[in-house]
Design a binder for this molecule. Structure first.
Ligand code: HEC
Length: 141
């Protein structure tokens, strides 16, 4: 073999090895998996806990139902929707089966709570009990 043959054989091996690596990556995380790591989950969860605490306080500390800061409660419910949505698969599924299985029913609960809180006059019953929907998923983790 000439030196140039050696070189092209070596090049072929390198190209194969690189291709093989990207194939393995594809098998591990194909396009329909959204990779969500622990710190992303715990970060969003802590912000959700803050939003729930804030809206519960707004409802509890108002002297009467018609004095609740409606915009603040609705805003916190929208924050919850955005944070929970950030933990959902873009398509297919995520790397966390518990989130996949239970996040959409949590989002349904939050959407309903928001719709009722947005009504005139507002109804804060579901908003005030949204922590129960957090617990519904936490039972499975
Ligand atoms: C669809 C499932 C699901 C829902 C809904 C959910 N959680 Fe979680 N939560 C998890 C998972 C999974 C973890 C991470 C568990 C782990 O690995 O420690 C977690 C962790 C947490 C943590 C711990 C974060 C840390 O610092 O370790 C808090 C606090 C939390 N959730 C609050 C909430 C609150 C408040 C809500 C409702 C607004 C909520 N969660 C709704 C699944 C859920």
């Amino acid at each position: 073999m000439t030196t140039s043959r050696h070189l092209s054989a070596l090049l072929a091996v390198v190209v194969l090895a690189v291709t093989a690596c990207s194939e393995v990556r594809k098998l591990t995380y194909p396009g329909d998996i959204t990779y969500i790591d622990r710190s992303q989950v715990t970060g969003a969860m802590r912000q959700m806990a803050d939003a729930v605490a804030r809206l519960e306080r707004a409802i509890r500390e108002a002297p009467s139902a018609d004095r609740v800061d409606q915009a603040a409660v609705v805003g916190d419910l929208k924050t919850l929707e955005a944070l929970a949505s950030s933990l959902r698969a873009k398509k297919g599924y995520t790397t966390d089966p518990v989130l996949d299985k239970h996040m959409s029913s949590f989002l349904d609960d939050v959407a309903l709570a928001r719709e009722q809180a947005e009504q005139q006059p507002p109804n804060y019953f579901l908003a005030g009990h949204i922590a129960g929907s957090c617990a519904a998923c936490h039972r499975f983790r």
